[in-house]
Design a protein around this ligand. Structure first.
Ligand code: SF4
Length: 324
């Protein structure tokens, strides 16, 4: 078993060294950068993270700068990534790091887990990638790879134990990233590329565990928004926005366009776009007209929009309207 494990590690790491994707956060082992990328990558596509990662670092280049920032600035920089609770926790953790650890991320999995927003997976990822601690990670990709390699429906504790046994203690950070990379680009959910898989000879199932059946059907919904502007052609152009309450369960405190229920049966929308959130596909119709009088919003200067924490959809609409 030991020989097999060593062979597996060697094959996987050789493949990773040659084929790993060139992603911006892989250029550095700086703990703050590793942490930031891990938080951004939760529930967000790699392509979207690439777009935001450098810009976020430009605005908050160190943990201290992040800790000292106002929450609204942090949320504005996060805008477009969604799941804003992650940004709030990141900000809260940065303050704890400055207060209790002199501005340096603690270096062990155990200490990292004590920080806001850092669970078992993230703590293990930071500890292994940034500090070389021999601790394994399990995410959705690793889970799938382990199940297929072993031919067992491993779950919970058994998964973490299996990952820990397979981990290469000499290169734990690279090994963890290699397992996740293998799941992301080779051992994919529906069509694992077993013919080109670097660890095929260690794999029990070789594709038999590919997910069957169709994806969950998407629901369809139509929604309408008002795009109300004034001084359009002037330097002090403004757009009418409203802020979600701090108690909203989704995206509290973020800014958006006023939503209206329908069209009053007159005219046609200025433009339409599509927007998907988890299991719902939205057809979004945007109307150039005055916001309903009962809506208590605010005129926001177009020049300031980049500093405002907009919802992802508001950002999309304003971009399509060439305002942002
Ligand atoms: Fe996944 Fe196929 Fe490689 Fe097995 S051989 S790990 S199923 S890609």
């Amino acid at each position: 078993m030991m020989v097999q494990r060593e062979g597996f590690r060697e094959r996987l790491l050789t493949w990773y060294d040659r084929h790993r994707r060139d992603l911006p956060w892989r250029a550095s082992r700086d703990p703050y950068r590793v942490w930031l990328s891990e938080i951004m990558l939760q529930q967000t596509r790699v392509a979207a993270v690439i777009e935001h990662y450098q810009e976020f670092l430009r605005r908050f280049p160190t943990v201290k700068k992040l800790a000292a920032a106002r929450e609204s600035s942090v949320l504005a920089a996060w805008s477009g990534l969604g799941y804003y609770r992650r940004a709030r926790m990141l900000h809260a953790a940065a303050k704890v790091i400055v207060r209790q650890h002199g501005g340096e991320l603690p270096s062990t999995e155990q200490e990292l887990r004590a920080l806001p927003g850092i669970g078992r997976y993230t703590a293990a990822a930071i500890a292994s990638i940034a500090f070389g601690e021999p601790t394994a990670v399990v995410d959705g990709n690793v889970e799938r790879v382990l199940q297929r390699i072993s031919g067992k429906q491993l779950s919970g504790k058994a998964l973490w134990t299996a990952a820990g046994k397979l981990l290469d203690p000499n290169r734990p950070g690279d090994f963890n990233q290699a397992m996740m990379e293998l799941g992301a680009v080779v051992c994919t959910p529906r069509a694992p590329a077993c013919l080109t898989c670097p660890v095929v000879q260690f794999c029990t199932t070789r594709g038999e565990f590919a997910a069957k059946g169709k994806a969950t059907p998407q629901k369809k919904r139509e929604i309408h928004y008002v795009l109300d502007r004034r001084n359009e052609d002037h330097r002090n152009a403004e757009v009418f926005l409203l802020q979600r309450t701090q108690h909203a369960s989704l995206m509290p405190g973020m800014w958006e366009l006023p939503e209206i229920t329908g069209t009053n049966g007159t005219g046609s929308p200025s433009f339409t776009l599509r927007h998907s959130i988890t299991v719902t596909d939205y057809t979004v119709q945007v109307w150039h007209c005055a916001a309903p009088s009962h809506v208590s919003g605010k005129w926001v200067s177009v020049k300031r929009l980049r500093q405002v924490a907009l919802t992802g959809l508001a950002r999309k609409i304003l971009r399509k309207a060439a305002i942002l």
